[in-house]
Design a protein around this ligand. Structure first.
Ligand code: 8YV
Length: 319
């Protein structure tokens, strides 16, 4: 047992909660009814926070109650749920779970791309609902001859690109700077969208990237354009997307993420042909287990004096 008290802000995998409970004294914030009283009493003793990308926002409002906090370990590679500036100002480090979900999320991106382009979910419904006997399923658009743009060529972006190489399509990308890769580089999302007819969004969420995919980018993608988002809903201007789809400015979209999860706008549900998934990019048993283990290992390593395993980039900047 490590002599540190850990605040778990949101429900996490039972195995993670159990492991943390074996290693530390843990508190389950989401189960507390009188949070202000609890934070007043227990907050000063908390040295570590375990949180989750989707339901565990950690900002100055919480950190102000945790003056002894040293580390926030987040379950997920994206960490737009955490106010990193507020944490660093308090000398609290932040860790995420990179690497272990790269290939899984890239697999999902390809699955979503093919599902959207070939209308696989609708075709399956057509069969199950007995409509095949009445008429053939309508012809779909095709991946053949398309040019695919990757917005954000990080680890997951590169894993997506590697898979796309096997699909014999042209690949292009946009990122902060050109990289040593055999794909065409475009310096802005607009230039990329003008050059491609499939756009796969893989940049991080947060204020800096909010609504990067706006009306102009969607219009540039063109009437045959397909938008795939497996990154963060905030990166795409949802109202602009709904308008672009309704007005035929782009063809269709496949979305695994939404601006206000788990709420999905009715307007999106009403547009036929969209493939909409409940944020399952990393959601396999094995990958979620690996992510959970990394949360536990970051906390155990830190409180054993061995440092954090996977601090986020901003933390590396100050270490
Ligand atoms: C979530 C994700 O972490 O890693 C990320 O950034 O978005 C996902 O893997 C997962 O849904 C748990 O919140």
């Amino acid at each position: 047992m490590i002599p540190a008290e850990i605040l778990i802000t949101a429900p996490m995998l039972p195995t993670v909660i159990a492991q943390l409970g074996e290693c530390f004294t843990t508190h389950h914030l989401w189960q507390v009814s009188d949070k202000p009283a609890f934070l007043h009493e227990v907050g000063p003793r908390i040295r570590g926070v375990a949180t989750s990308t989707l339901y565990g926002r950690v900002g100055e409002d919480l950190l102000a109650h945790l003056p002894s906090a040293e580390i926030i370990a987040s379950f997920g590679v994206g960490y737009d749920n955490i106010d990193v500036d507020a944490a660093l100002a308090r000398r609290v480090i932040v860790t995420n779970t990179p690497g272990v979900l790269t290939e899984e999320t890239a697999d999902l991106a390809l699955g979503l791309l093919l599902s959207t382009i070939r209308q696989i979910p609708a075709a399956e419904r057509h069969l199950r609902e007995g409509r095949w006997r009445e008429r053939s399923f309508p012809l779909s658009t095709s991946l053949r001859g398309r040019r695919v743009g990757i917005l954000g060529l990080g680890d997951i972006g590169k894993a997506v690109a590697r898979r796309l190489e096997g699909f014999a399509v042209d690949i292009a990308y946009c990122g902060r700077r050109p990289q040593d890769v055999p794909y065409a580089y475009y310096p802005t999302p607009l230039a990329l969208a003008q050059a491609v007819d499939v756009l796969i969004v893989l940049i991080p969420g947060g204020a800096a990237t909010r609504h990067t995919v706006n009306a102009a980018v969607l219009e540039a993608l063109g009437p045959d354009g397909v938008l795939i988002n497996v990154a963060r809903g905030s990166v795409v201007d949802t109202q602009a997307l709904i308008a672009a789809l309704r007005e035929g400015k782009i063809l269709t979209a496949g979305l695994d993420v939404f601006e206000d999860e788990p709420r999905v706008p009715a307007e999106l549900l009403d547009i036929p042909g969209l493939v909409l998934l409940p944020h399952i990019g990393s959601a396999s048993v094995s990958t979620r287990a690996a992510m959970g283990q990394l949360v536990v290992d970051n906390l155990v390593n830190w409180f054993s004096g061995r440092g954090a395993l996977t601090p986020v980039a901003e933390v590396l900047g100050i270490l």
